[in-house]
Design a protein around this ligand. Sequence first.
Ligand code: FES
Ligand SMILES: [Fe+2]
Length: 387
Amino acid sequence: MELTASDCFVDPDVAVARSLPSASFTEPSFLDLELSTIFGRHWLLAPQRTAAELRVDSRSLGELVRLRGSMAPLSLLDQPLFLLRDWEDRLHCFPNVCTHAWYPLVHGPGREKTLVCRQHGRKFDCAGHYLSQPGFASPGVPQVDDLCELPVEEWGQLLFVALGKPERPFATVFAEVQESLRCLALETCRRAPQEAEERIVDGNWKQHAWNYMDTFHLPFIHRAPGGLVDALDMSSYVTELYPSTALQWAYARDPAHGFDPDLLPPRFSHPTKRVFALWWFVFPNLTLNFYPWGLSVNVYAPVPGCPNRTRFFWYQFVLDDEKYARRDAVWLNRQVDAEDVDAMAQVRLGAQSRFAPRGRFAPGAEAGPHWFHRLVYQNVFETGAGA
Ligand code: FES
Ligand SMILES: [Fe+2]
């Protein structure tokens, strides 16, 4: 079933808008469309190295490519890629696919003067330029034999890649995020590898992003007693919407569980209250959740060919060890995650049924979900339609 723009139109006016149709959450053809539009023109977080990989070599992906000439493979949305720092100290990202007959070029972390393909010996320099290959005359080699370079950015310990031309420069997308964090020494955060940093969970990737942007469900899914709403001063809850990022934040019910005010810009200050968390969403599928204990990162990655499942990444970076040890007791991290994952499994059953109409948005309470649905619609059908 091919969904058209009129099937999916999300009105800019929240008062009359309807959600994206349920078929856009279940149809493989719509996921293919999203992968070639949304996921081709936005900055995507490169997966961190797994706990098992770190046991063999404790360096992060960024550390593996710190030295000139160093390289490391990675996989992003099933696309084989590699990072390479050239001898002028510029970081590059290339498809890990030889331009001759598609053999992988980089098989593990390493450091080389040139890249030599193991299948038929094609050679590239560290900027991805074709150099030579046995059986081919070198002069007049067409440009097309160079590796195709993909945009890459380093942001503290996190690396971002775009699988096509990004809609907006990285610094523009992250300007508001950066401003809110300028007092936090994020570079010094310690990665705390977990065993289950990557899970396949029920539900389309958009369900998880929509749910993240949904404040409306807090008093229901994360209800009192003992739920997240108990830990928050809900009357202070704010959602700020930017072109492709969104911030949700609230004061803690108990100021002892909030940020030291010196760690946040003055706009978050209050004479007696303290900020519980800054929850940043970066379109299309990244969340950066800043707590007094550190940073929790979630990625809702689509599973190509499988619209009803999401590859759910969860990374944690520690700012304060003592608070980190209390993250589940005070900031309810594990409990909220379990409640959300369960809710999404329930919603998935509804989305897959024949009885899921296009819903409406409560104008005063669902600006965030409406913003997300509208961005999906615009990205798939307007911004780069046919790109
Ligand atoms: S596939 Fe790389 S040289 Fe043939
Ligand atoms: Fe939730």
